[in-house]
Design a protein around this ligand. Structure first.
Ligand code: ACK
Length: 976
């Protein structure tokens, strides 16, 4: 038996549970200022204060301006310095009247019906007008007419704007009038606070909301006297509107106290009397004042004295899981043994099973538990935002009020192993606008929070605002792109979604961006640079841009001569080059080449790379591929160039030279360097993996398989990469289809940088009379003759790449010797237009092969022209005139006419020249042994001899038709 209880002191403090309404704190209220407001008007004859008083003779500070009939009004009214008191978001309430322009005598000529509000943040009172940032243009809901005035009906408008995030001690407001008739009757600036609050026995302090309108500031409450947290400290969230939201957790009265009217009060003393010890407890001696629990049984202070001693519960039972993509619903039954208590709760421990038996890893904060992870009173939980295709282990544990006391008690739990499913990626959360032009908008976005796999591509859906019945979808492999072909001055809606092998995720929410109203295509890119320069340069630069625009430069290219050196200084490839634009740094400028490598290339630990297979042989060693798993990043496939064993120090330097160059570039059409391995052997260069290998081999393998638009798309990519390189001041010197890599989306990227390329690497390179090794067929005459390598000589090579692409990997100048090529080019002969090549493209090639290098187009002009052709595919319909490309003659550059004096061609040679040599035997067997006979052939005859592929039939028939035309024109046999 036990006798009596302790008396608990009464609670002294009185607390009141308050309502969670916001508190509004005025920082400025022009109506409540008794004396002078002290606002400054500039110019003096603009805004003026009207001294009025209300019925209590308190001043009403009204400012008005009404210079509606005068041109070029710019009237400013500055408030005095308004302290924020720590608020990060404030509200501005304006009360004003505005006159309807239509009601003014003499019409609406210069009259405006809006005014602008600005602000400027500062830590002290110093004010700089130029730093003002616009808040909004304010228009009236109600404007008044003369008639209204006559009736004395004042139509007072109230507009409220919010401002934030604010980070300084205070700010100024300013009102700019550009010629309206306004009376600003009152300005009130205020912010909202979440007031001191007592809820669920916890106190929450008076709190200032966060800076963002959607932000919730989490505040941890303090349990009031004689109370303690239940499971976890109580929390509330202060919203931007100054309201307390989302209560989590609570406090409960400590043992010996009970909750009464929101406070914890001591329990009343009972008159001492003897009673039986409750179950699982014993009195250690006769007349004891309390009972002690039996072994393994416990009691907590808040348990009533007559309650039995209790013990922790057994494990939850019948646990099951239900997987839905990357969410898991877990459900269980209450334990067999609750330990004699009613306060059984459940906790979940989530672990990810690491591959290859490497153990378990805790799930981390990104996984969500609904309603929560610990202290669950229901027997189910939803676990969301897990990774897709991943094994997880969930440990469910039951606890009760005495679990904490049973230290030596082995916790009872049950484990559930679950594998999540494939799931589409989560939506892209933010889409940002980059540089904006008249017809284009640059977009960028971040990878979805949960990609749930490797992102294969993004889809960008866009349409003109309020025209959503017709929209366009474009795809991008990167997280940025420039959307082109838009209307000037128009608002567009953009949405982005990601695709993995599991399919498309949901589209992002809608983002609204507007194209700019006036800049030309060429100056769009200049505009991007302008933003980057200091404001002090703005006027000077604007003048330069204006001059640039006035010179009438548009898409297409002028052939006017410019001094190339001067061009580099002021205009680079048609762009204005401003100080601060990144340029290529020659690794030679580093005394220690290793320093250059580590400046531009990230060192990768070899343990993050697995070599899976060899894909080719490079000059320094094998080229392999395999996955790269950098910690915290998703796995990607990479190409691995290795430096073979036994290298000299010079070879190591030459090998890594390429990385020092590649590491300086960042462009979707330049092969991306992931990093280098130099701290272990073999030394490696790691780049992105390009599934389709080099462009020349890829085109040969897929002869005739692409549409013209696809081919032009590839050329556009290469030109864009080259534009970037020339903007950086880098001259490639070996631009050729063999040095372009192609990925699975047909994106072409320029590769092969570095020292080796110019020296040994390229099998095409031949020694010139001046000593250097040069890939003759791709190189401009001035570079062969006197090593004048410039972006203009890269343009010549680009023309050859165009020819390679349009002829599906044909060798330029076929089997002519290097000496004959030099001679022919010197004599002004050029490659003929490839078969089925659009005339517009052939003209561009011929322009790239202008002898005078300053007459060649610049890379940005090439990109611009190709864009135009892609946008207008009918411009690609007209194919090169057959006389420009009959057989494999060279075309005289000036006249674009062929030379037709030579020997008669055989059927085999003709078929070879159109890359259909494989059918020679069939033609001869079919009785077509001369070209005269061939010119009589029909499609039916072709099928009969065994040409069954439609593409090949088309190619041969087109060539036969050209031969017929040629024979009619020249009245002579087909020549070589
Ligand atoms: O024509 P290919 O398949 O493409 O054979 C050559 C080979 O390695 C030797 O250079 C291939 N290669 C080089 N870099 C890459 C890369 N980043 N991705 C895929 N293949 C590559 C090239």
């Amino acid at each position: 038996a036990k006798c009596g209880l302790l008396v608990v002191p009464l609670i002294k403090r009185k607390l009141k549970e308050e309502k969670a309404f916001s508190v509004i704190v005025n920082l400025l209220d022009s109506r409540s200022v008794m004396g002078d407001l002290g606002w400054v008007a500039y110019p003096k004859n603009g805004w003026e204060e009207i001294g009025e008083v209300d019925e209590d003779y308190a001043p009403i500070h009204t400012y008005q301006v009404c210079r509606v009939m005068e041109q070029n009004q710019n009237n400013w009214l500055h408030t005095n310095w308004i302290l924020t008191e720590g608020a990060q978001r404030v509200y501005i309430e304006l009360k004003f009247t505005l006159r309807d322009c239509n009601s003014l005598p003499g019409g609406v000529g210069t009259c405006k019906e809006t005014f602008n509000m600005y602000y400027y943040e500062t830590d002290d009172r110093a004010m700089k007008e130029s730093r003002y940032i616009k808040v909004d243009t304010i228009a009236a809901d109600e404007s008044f007419t003369e008639l209204d005035l006559g009736d004395r009906v004042m139509k007072l408008n109230t507009e409220v704007r919010d401002l934030g995030p604010l980070s300084r001690k205070g700010f100024y407001l300013a009102f700019q009038d550009l010629g309206a008739c306004i009376a600003l009757v009152s300005v009130r600036v205020f912010y909202k606070r979440c007031p001191f609050l007592v809820k669920s026995l916890a106190e929450f302090p008076d709190t200032i909301p966060g800076s963002e309108a959607s932000q919730l500031v989490e505040v941890v409450g303090h349990c009031i006297n004689n109370s303690m947290p239940l499971y976890e400290p109580p929390r509330m969230h202060c919203s931007a509107d100054g309201e307390w939201l989302v209560p989590i957790g609570k406090c409960v009265c400590k043992p010996g106290f009970e909750e009464m009217s929101g406070y914890c009060q001591g329990k009343k003393r009972k008159s001492p009397s003897c009673s039986k010890c409750p179950p699982h407890s014993v009195a250690r001696q006769t007349g004891a004042t309390s009972c002690s629990c039996e072994d393994e049984y416990h009691k907590i202070d808040s348990d009533p004295p007559n309650m039995a001693c209790t013990r922790p519960p057994s494990a939850p039972r019948n646990a099951i899981s239900n997987v839905n993509e990357t969410s898991v619903f877990l459900e269980w039954s209450i334990p067999m043994e609750t330990g004699g208590r009613k306060d059984v709760r459940y906790n979940i421990l989530c672990s990810r099973v690491l591959p290859d038996g490497r153990g378990l890893e805790e799930c981390g904060p990104n996984v969500r538990f609904l309603p929560r992870r610990v202290g669950l009173s229901n027997t189910s939980v939803m676990v969301a935002d897990l990774q897709s295709h991943t094994n997880y282990s969930f440990l469910l544990e039951a606890v009760n009020g005495v679990s904490e006391m049973a230290k030596d008690y082995t916790k009872q739990y049950v484990t559930l192993n679950v594998t999540t499913n494939q799931a589409a990626p989560s939506p892209v959360s933010v889409v940002r606008k980059g540089y904006t032009g008249k017809s284009s908008i640059g977009l960028s976005w971040a990878e979805p929070d949960r990609p749930n796999g490797i992102i294969l591509e993004y889809e960008i859906k866009y349409f003109e605002k309020e025209q959503d019945s017709s929209y366009t979808i474009i795809k991008s492999k990167e997280t940025e792109m420039v959307v082109e072909g838009l209307k000037a001055s128009s608002v567009y809606i953009f949405q982005v979604r990601a695709r993995t092998s599991a399919g498309y995720g949901a589209f992002s929410r809608r983002f609204e961006f507007q194209t700019s109203p006036y800049l030309t295509a060429t100056s769009e890119r200049a505009q991007a640079s302008i933003i980057a320069v200091a404001i002090t340069l703005a006027l000077v630069l604007l003048a330069v841009v204006a001059g640039f625009l006035l010179s009438g430069r548009r898409c297409g290219y002028s052939k006017a001569k410019q001094d190339p050196e001067e061009e580099k200084m002021h205009f680079h490839n048609g762009h204005i080059k401003f100080p601060g634009v990144r340029t290529y740094i020659d690794p030679l400028t580093y005394e220690d080449p290793n320093q250059a490598v580590h400046e531009f290339a990230q060192e990768i630990d070899v343990s993050f790379i697995s070599i899976e297979r060899i894909i080719g042989a490079g000059e320094f060693g094998e080229v392999c591929c395999g996955p790269l798993r950098l910690p915290g990043k998703r796995e990607i496939q990479v190409a691995i160039k290795t430096l073979k064993a036994g290298y000299t120090e010079q070879q190591r330097r030459d090998f890594l030279w390429e990385a020092s160059i590649m590491g300086q570039f960042n462009h979707p059409n330049i092969i991306r360097l992931e990093g280098v391995v130099t701290k272990s052997k073999p030394v490696m260069i790691i780049t992105e993996y390009m599934e389709n290998g080099s462009l020349d081999t890829f085109l040969k393998k897929n002869d005739g398989q692409f549409t013209v638009i696809q081919l032009v798309g590839m050329l556009r990519g290469i030109a864009s990469g080259m534009r970037y390189l020339s903007d950086m001041g880098y001259v490639h010197r070996d631009l050729a289809a063999r040095n372009i890599l192609v990925n699975s989306n047909l994106v072409c990227k320029v590769s092969d940088f570095g020292l080796s390329r110019v020296l040994e690497d390229d099998a095409e390179a031949a020694y010139t009379t001046r000593g250097g090794k040069i890939p003759i067929r791709w190189t401009a005459p001035e570079a062969i003759a006197y090593r004048k390598f410039t972006s203009a000589s890269d343009v010549w090579s680009y023309g050859i790449v165009m020819w390679e692409v349009m002829s599906y990997g044909e060798r330029p100048y076929w089997e002519m010797s290097n000496q004959d090529v030099i001679k022919a080019v010197e004599e002004n002969y050029r490659l003929p237009g490839p078969m089925d090549c659009p005339e517009a493209l052939y003209h561009l090639m011929m322009d790239c092969w202008q002898r005078e290098r300053t007459n060649r187009p610049k890379f940005d002009e090439i990109v611009c022209l190709l864009d135009k052709l892609i946008r207008n595919p009918s411009s690609l319909k007209k194919l090169v005139n057959s006389s420009h490309r009959v057989s494999n003659l060279l075309v005289e550059h000036a006249s674009a006419e062929g030379d037709c004096s030579a020997r008669t061609k055989s059927v085999g040679e003709w078929l070879d020249s159109i890359k259909m040599g494989r059918y020679t035997e069939l033609f001869v067997e079919g009785g077509y042994s001369s070209l005269e006979m061939v010119t009589q052939m029909t499609s039916e005859d072709l099928r009969r001899v065994g040409v069954n592929l439609a593409g090949h039939q088309k190619k041969i028939i087109t060539s036969i038709q050209e031969m017929r035309v040629h024979m009619n024109n020249t009245n002579s046999p087909i020549n070589i």
